[in-house]
Ligand binder design. Structure first.
Ligand code: CP
Ligand code: NVA
Length: 309
């Protein structure tokens, strides 16, 4: 067996790695796994399976949802940080991927450069999951779409407003607009648009404006994210000034559809990208959204590890 396995293994580096029908079924399955969990059903298809979790950035939800998800499915997860593995001491990514993927059944990675994740995946014998890069955060979108479906039904044909930074979450919303068939209206400051290649791929599924109120008008879902993503801490003061007019407020929510939901991947900064009365208000579904990370990722693990067995 060669040590470059590109093409032979199914990875989840982007929402575009699954077909729209597979994504649709995955969301239904996440809802079913959630029901089974609440019913106390014993479902342990990943007995004796191990997930390696590499975190080069901080995490609360992603780490706990993957680890608890593996436990619930009968498997096990190992937390790997660059501080106490050879990953932080310069062992080549290719070598780390070759070694780890001979020991575990799936690897989840949170890192900076998306290319690093792609390189790891190219040398991995087992599925690799993107748990956030500077470019994309596809696992979060599974939970977001699940939450919308649970509360309002199919997101197909709906309008979603993205307010704020054209960051990894916004890029992922663009891919989701393509795959799930909704329209994304992005309200961002000039110079903070999402990735050009991702925009090109999502042609026909989005609009961009620099007026956040116009973006929110009539939207069925309003969503935002921090103005300062991990790795941008030095730009904090400048970003706070530039994004000052891009807070999701109750006035903005009033411009959206009357049944609009508010979602936020979290962690949230009240008084910056979102007003407290919005995130803590009746249209907000952020706690259900956070919980759904657990169920959506269980559906993803099931698909990648035993889906085709
Ligand atoms: N939303 C999200 O990915 O949260 P964490 O950074 O806590 O994992
Ligand atoms: N855009 C944020 C998302 C955190 C879950 C970041 O990359 O820090």
């Amino acid at each position: 067996m060669t040590d470059t396995t590109q093409g032979a293994v199914r990875h989840f580096l982007s929402l575009l790695d699954l077909a729209p029908e597979e994504l649709d079924r995955l969301i239904d399955r996440a809802i079913e796994l959630k029901r089974m969990h609440y019913a106390g059903e014993d479902f342990a298809p990943l007995r004796n399976r191990t997930l390696g979790m590499i975190f080069e950035k901080s995490s609360t939800r992603t780490r706990v949802s993957f680890e608890a998800g593996m436990t619930q499915l009968g498997g096990h997860a190992i937390f790997l940080s660059p501080r106490d593995t050879q990953l932080g001491r310069g062992e080549p990514i290719e070598d780390s991927a070759r070694v780890l993927s001979r020991m575990v059944d799936c690897i989840m990675i949170r890192t900076f450069e998306h290319e690093k994740l792609e390189l790891f995946a190219a040398y991995s014998r087992v599925p690799v999951i993107n748990a956030l890069t500077d470019m994309l955060h596809p696992c979060q979108l599974l939970a977001d779409v699940q939450t919308y479906r649970e509360l309002r039904g199919d997101i197909r044909g709906k309008t979603v407003a993205w307010i704020g930074d054209g960051n990894n979450m916004c890029n992922s919303y663009l891919n989701a607009a393509r795959q799930f068939g909704f329209k994304l209206v992005i309200g961002c400051p000039e110079g903070y648009e999402p990735d050009a290649a991702i925009l090109e791929g999502a042609k026909g599924c989005f609009e961009i404006t620099h007026d956040p109120f116009a973006a929110a008008e009539g939207a069925h879902l309003v969503t935002t994210d921090t103005w300062v993503s991990m790795g941008q801490e030095e730009e904090k003061n400048r970003r706070r000034k530039i994004f000052g007019g891009y807070q999701v407020t109750s006035d903005m929510m009033a411009a959206a559809d009357k049944d609009a939901l508010f979602l936020h991947c979290l962690p949230a900064y009240r008084g910056e990208e979102v007003a407290a009365d919005v995130i803590d208000g009746p249209q907000s579904a952020v706690w259900q959204e956070a919980e759904n990370r657990l169920h959506a990722q269980k559906a993803l693990l099931e698909l990648l590890l035993i889906g085709n067995e």
